[in-house]
Write a protein that binds this ligand. Structure first.
Ligand code: ADP
Ligand code: MG
Length: 312
């Protein structure tokens, strides 16, 4: 059963050059307790999608569509309600702990604050819970570490703090944006293991450009290109039987597959091609692709592809 149902979601930003269509009519279901990976190159709209779910985009964003969570559209619930849901039932573990943590507030207090906002605990109880959370994310000497400031934490330790803040209120749904970015390999493996352990019975949208992380953690993976999802499948199908020419190109452009770049450039998010957005770069392009925008076609029960050539 879907916990979150994203229907026709668009997030557009008016700029003086035109309207940046960062997320454009996305449909996506996130099933209860699954980890859904969202991958794609930089600028394809992944973070904007993650932020739009809890209405964290700047007020200049024009957001349309529906995000149904427990029968309610998160885009239209009151400001008060979304504040209660955000950080409580649904949390964003944000990209870049260095800028997300307050440099002048002790780590323990930052976690306690997140807890107090949502759990109605008093200051002392929240402080104790904050230390418990530091312990849960395996920060050594948690009581001592709670008294320290962010600059006294390494990158990996800061990431653990971000996870502690994100999970402090025992959310149902976690949106994690690049939780392993900038970490070296051994630390990355530790963070992946920690997140797996701590989110086992939870639902997660995991945004990452790291396919190894996606493969290790996700039940399904959705690949974004130019503001939309072009392929969605289990990791096995996506890696072994990629159907979209862009997916194949994306996989081949990765270091372990030989770094073969895809010819051409990603389209401007202001002026998309009329038909398939990948058509100007696609070696299999035909008339239909140039003039019509493909829907998502179902290839197998869990495998969807936005490509006319993949249609059966
Ligand atoms: N506040 C904003 N105003 C204008 N454009 C934005 C804003 N936020 C994001 N964008 C644009 O939206 C596009 C998608 O961004 P983003 O979701 O951050 O990409 P990703 O996370 O996939 O790297 C980018 O072109 C980015 O410049
Ligand atoms: Mg991003």
């Amino acid at each position: 059963m879907s916990l979150v149902e994203i229907i026709g979601l668009s997030a557009h930003f008016p700029t003086h050059d035109g309207i940046v269509k960062a997320v454009d009519r996305i449909d996506l279901n996130i099933e209860d307790t699954e980890t859904l990976g969202l991958i794609g190159e930089t600028g394809s709209g992944k973070s904007v999608l993650g932020l739009s779910i809890t209405r964290l985009l700047p007020p200049t964003a024009i957001v349309e569509g529906k995000i149904i969570y427990k029968g309610r559209n998160l885009l239209t619930v009151s400001e008060d309600d979304i504040r209660k849901i955000r950080g409580g039932e649904i949390t964003n573990i944000l990209q870049n702990p260095t800028t997300s943590l307050n440099p002048v507030v002790k780590i323990g207090e930052q976690i306690a604050e997140a807890i107090r906002l949502h759990q109605g605990l008093n200051k002392k109880e929240a402080k104790e819970k904050a230390i418990e959370m530091l312990d849960a994310v395996k920060v050594p000497s948690p009581s001592k570490r709670a008294q320290q400031y962010p600059h006294e934490f390494s990158g990996g330790m800061k990431q653990r703090v971000m996870i502690a803040i994100g999970l402090a209120c025992d959310p149902f749904f976690i949106i994690a944006d690049e939780p392993t970015k900038g970490l070296d390999v051994t630390i990355k493996v530790q963070i992946v293991d920690l997140m797996k352990e701590m989110t086992e019975h939870k639902t997660m949208l995991l945004i990452t450009h790291d396919l190894g992380v996606a493969a290790a953690m996700c039940d399904r993976i959705a690949l974004m290109y130019a503001g939309e999802i072009v392929e969605c499948a289990t990791p096995l199908d996506l890696f072994e039987k990629p159907m979209h020419p862009y997916t194949r190109g994306f996989l081949n452009s990765l270091p372990h597959r030989g770094l073969t770049p895809i010819q051409g450039m990603s389209p401007s998010l202001i002026n998309y091609p009329d038909g398939c957005r990948f058509s100007p770069r696609c070696e299999y392009v035909n008339e239909e692709c140039i003039h019509h925008h493909p829907d998502m076609f179902r290839i197998e029960c869990e495998h969807f592809v936005r490509c006319f050539n993949a249609r059966s």
